[in-house]
Design a binder for this molecule. Structure first.
Ligand SMILES: NC(=O)C1=CN([C@@H]2O[C@H](COP(=O)(O)OP(=O)(O)OC[C@H]3O[C@@H](n4cnc5c(N)ncnc54)[C@H](O)[C@@H]3O)[C@@H](O)[C@H]2O)C=CC1
Ligand SMILES: O=C(O)C(=O)COP(=O)(O)O
Length: 539
């Protein structure tokens, strides 16, 4: 009989579903340390929410555990790469708590605007003050929504119903799509922040979003503005927010999520003025908990009893033998996607892939999925993989088109990609040398032979003598080694593009010095995996 550890508080509907399916349920929420480790090892699968921190050590020796289901969205409390390495499938249940998280955000917004918690507390302490708690209407005010995914969209829709003006910021939402929904867009945070009366964050916690709102960003906002964080602790810097509230440079905040949960006594937000706090209650409604408990239990029952995998954030349902054959091209396609994600400016509308020569008609769906996974993987909270990449792109209104042409050009096989955003189209094409070495052979209109790994410095320039030496000297001075370099140009003395492969990330100062050259028009730093480093879904 299969055994499932329930490592968090889970609605009984989920537990009943497992029992009815003939699975043994070990319902022990709140286990920690060695006890949790032992319970995981003894189970075939685990169901959790955000409380247990399933760090790498829990997957070191997973015993018989083969799957973790997160009854909710954010998997930031689970070390997914560590789980993957050990072959543990991690699944989640996006969508089930979307409405609850959105409603909680609106509840905090109104509680702040009308100062309800403090008025309530004052009254219960014997007070009656109708002058001290004068609030503000939200109608006519501007709400900035950062992250217009599932929850952000529901928040924006509700704000619109309250006659708020909505400005959205999300790399996967074009101005046209936003306008269709009745929202404005901002090109970046700096443009959005000075305009908003309320700011709400609905992005996953990741490298890009940690401290997304810090002292500098809070400083760009109106003194009368209020900040809401129902996403994840740390997306808004806690110390900076507490300081801005104390200084009165921000008028209020509503926070549901914290860097350490349960909150620690010295968290500066506990003592900050004009703040409404809730203990991670965004998904805590009967409805949401029933949804996610049933969904998570069903995922685990199907996995254990039928071998079926759905909603996996770290696993591709691709036949292993097939994958082995095309692995180097899958790697190339993903790297081109990662490159395009970092060089394309503005919200992505469409990606068009053309398979030329020997690649024509060869598992192109798989390669297109790999390219799409690369294009999306920096931004989304769900782990993007071969299985879900195209669906996730479609959900975000990104069209993915592919075509094949068996005619051979300069290369026996070529993958040509074009990414269209509201600001233009970027072209990148790649191939394999010697059936295994991944190479970039075209960027924009320029032909070249570039390496698609590590840190790349891409610079557009005019092909004038001495320029390459100028750039090389800058990196030499800053002690950043240049491992490779390639230049593509159409004609001597004309427009050109240079790519340097650097042995480490370049300091800001070095980039500023490169940009200062009058013949260099644009500089972009692109971060790609090291050569041979494969994504977890391909490893
Ligand atoms: N307080 C609570 O109880 C709950 C909190 N959450 C949190 O909310 C987050 C969002 O959930 P969903 O809306 O379901 O996820 P989602 O994946 O549907 O939406 C996330 C959106 O953020 C956008 N995004 C990513 N990086 C961005 C950036 N740097 N700037 C602007 N936009 C960016 C993505 O393009 C995507 O559209 C989850 O990751 C989770 O951490 C989710 C449920 C309940
Ligand atoms: O689904 C999410 O990401 C949440 O933050 C909800 O967390 P919880 O399940 O209530 O611990």
């Amino acid at each position: 009989m299969s055994r499932v550890l329930i490592a968090d508080k889970l609605e009984t509907a989920g537990i009943e579903l497992l029992a009815a399916a003939g699975v043994e349920v070990d319902n022990r929420p709140g286990l920690k340390g060695d006890e949790l480790k032992a319970a995981i090892r003894a189970a075939d699968a685990v169901i959790c929410r955000s409380q247990p921190k399933l760090t790498a050590e829990f997957f070191d020796e997973p015993g018989k555990c083969r799957a973790v289901a997160r009854a909710g969205v954010g998997v930031d409390n689970i070390d997914v790469p560590a789980a993957t390495r050990k072959g543990v499938v991690v699944m989640n249940t996006p969508g089930g708590n979307t409405v609850s998280a959105a409603e909680h955000t609106i509840a905090l917004l109104l509680a702040l605007a009308r100062r309800i918690p403090v008025a309530d507390a004052t009254m219960k302490a014997g007070g009656w003050d109708r002058n001290k708690f004068v609030g503000t209407e939200v109608a006519g005010k501007t709400l900035g929504v950062v992250g217009l995914g599932r929850i952000g969209r529901e928040v924006a829709r509700r704000a619109k119903a309250m006659d708020m003006r909505v400005i959205a910021l999300d790399p996967f939402v074009t101005a046209a799509k936003a306008a269709e929904l009745g929202y404005e867009t901002a090109a970046n945070l700096d443009e959005m922040l000075p305009k908003v009366d309320f700011l709400t964050l609905h992005v996953p916690l990741g490298q890009d979003t940690k401290s997304l709102i810090g002292a500098r960003e809070l400083g760009l906002m109106k003194k009368t503005a209020r900040v809401l964080n129902v996403a994840r602790g740390g997306i808004v810097d806690e110390a900076a927010l507490a300081a801005a509230l104390a200084a009165g440079t921000i008028a209020g905040a509503g926070v549901d999520v914290f860097t350490a949960e349960p909150i620690v006594a010295d968290n500066p937000l506990l003592k900050a003025p004009n703040i409404v706090l809730t203990p991670h209650l965004g998904a805590s409604t009967l409805e949401a908990q029933e949804n996610v408990a049933i969904e998570a239990a069903q995922l685990i029952a199907d996995f254990l009893l039928k071998g079926q995998v759905a909603n996996a954030v770290n696993m591709a349902a691709v036949n292993p033998a097939e994958l082995a054959q095309v692995r180097p091209y899958v790697d190339l396609a993903r790297r081109l996607g990662l490159l395009q994600a970092q060089i394309a400016q503005g919200a992505v509308r469409k990606a068009s892939l053309t398979y030329r020569g020997e690649l024509a008609g060869q598992k192109t769906r798989l390669l297109t999925a790999a390219f799409t996974a690369g294009l999306l993987e920096y931004r989304l909270s769900d782990g993007v993989n071969l299985v879900n990449a195209e669906l996730l792109a479609r959900e975000r209104g990104i069209e993915i088109a592919e075509s094949s042409s068996p005619k051979k050009g300069d290369f026996a096989a070529l993958l040509h990609t074009e990414v269209e955003t509201e600001q233009g189209t970027t072209v990148a094409a790649g191939t394999l040398f010697g059936d295994q070495y991944v190479r970039l052979v075209q960027l924009g209109p320029f032909r070249m032979e570039g390496y698609l790994d590590g840190v790349l410095l891409v610079f557009r320039h005019r092909d004038v003598p001495g320029l390459i030496g100028f750039v090389g000297t800058i990196f030499g001075t800053h002690k950043v080694n240049i491992a490779q370099m390639t230049v593509g140009r159409q004609a001597p003395g004309g427009e050109a593009i240079g790519i340097l492969n650097l042995d480490g990330p370049p300091p800001e100062q070095a980039i500023a010095e490169v940009k200062a050259h009058p013949q260099i028009s644009a500089v972009t730093v692109v971060k790609l995996p090291a050569a041979g480093e494969l994504p977890t879904w391909l490893g």
